[in-house]
Ligand binder design. Structure first.
Ligand SMILES: C[S@@+](CC[C@H](N)C(=O)[O-])C[C@H]1O[C@@H](n2cnc3c(N)ncnc32)[C@H](O)[C@@H]1O
Ligand SMILES: [Zn+2]
Length: 228
């Protein structure tokens, strides 16, 4: 089964879909991200590529840029185009099973939320304390997808466990906006373990933990009648 990975970045989603059993092909405009993408890919506009070639694939995943909706978007000075409605319209038109991923706050009313605590994504922090990944992402699909578990972030926080996010602008200092919201950002070495991704920080903070898309990919293969 071939999966077209639009707005593929450095391949967080791709690694999960590949682990589920898909042959993955990525499209992104950013050559620095694509240097870390471990599968065949094309550098160029995702929607143009999908319009021309989308029907050659069995499944299409899209992660359109999300800065417009993310809670820290006020910290961004550049204006980002809103590609989400265009992406959805195109994928519906192509007619292949699709998944669209985005951040909480984006207009995806029927989406499923996934979180690191659902997949037991943990790491040992530098002081020896266990830390859990708090990373909420929305997944909308043409298919009926369901989460593996409930989000345990609030329960864990109330129990005094350490829950951490992976944020930042690529520097080695914690992101101020996240810290002001009571968030906690561990050192990059710990973030890599939490995410299950060995990427430089400015690519890591844009990525999806492969555990999420491995789970979705296995569910899709099951729904499409293919043994994972
Ligand atoms: C949130 S990141 C994707 C992260 C990826 N899904 C992962 O898990 O690693 C969004 C990506 O969209 C890319 N991008 C932005 N506009 C694009 C366009 N018009 N066509 C293709 N890629 C684009 C950016 O370079 C960035 O890598
Ligand atoms: Zn959570």
């Amino acid at each position: 089964m071939r999966l077209l990975d639009l707005f593929s970045g450095a391949g967080g989603c791709a690694r999960g879909y590949a682990a589920a059993g898909f042959q993955v092909f990525g499209v992104d405009t950013n050559s620095a991200r694509l240097r870390h993408y471990p599968y065949p890919h094309h550098r160029g506009d995702a929607l143009e590529y999908a319009a021309a070639h989308g029907r050659e694939f069995d499944v299409i995943h899209a992660s359109p840029p999300c800065q417009l909706y993310s809670v820290s978007h006020n910290a961004h000075t550049k204006r980002h185009p809103d590609l989400l409605p265009q992406t959805r319209a195109l994928l519906r038109d192509i007619g292949r099973p699709y998944v669209i991923e985005n951040v909480p706050g984006s207009p995806m009313p029927d989406a499923m939320v996934l979180c690191g605590t659902m997949f037991n994504l943990t790491a040992t922090d530098l002081d020896g304390v266990t830390v859990y990944l708090r990373r909420h992402r929305l997944f909308e699909s043409s298919e009926f997808l369901w989460p593996p578990n409930v989000c345990l972030c609030i329960a864990f926080r109330n129990l005094g466990y350490r829950c951490a996010g992976v944020y930042g602008n690529g520097s080695e200092t914690p992101d101020d906006a996240h810290a002001r919201q009571g968030g906690y950002t561990p050192r990059p070495t710990v973030q890599r373990v939490l995410m299950g991704l060995d990427l430089p920080r400015d690519h890591l903070n844009q990525a999806i933990p492969p555990a999420y898309t491995k789970y979705i990919g296995e569910q899709l293969l099951d729904l499409l009648g293919v043994a994972a």
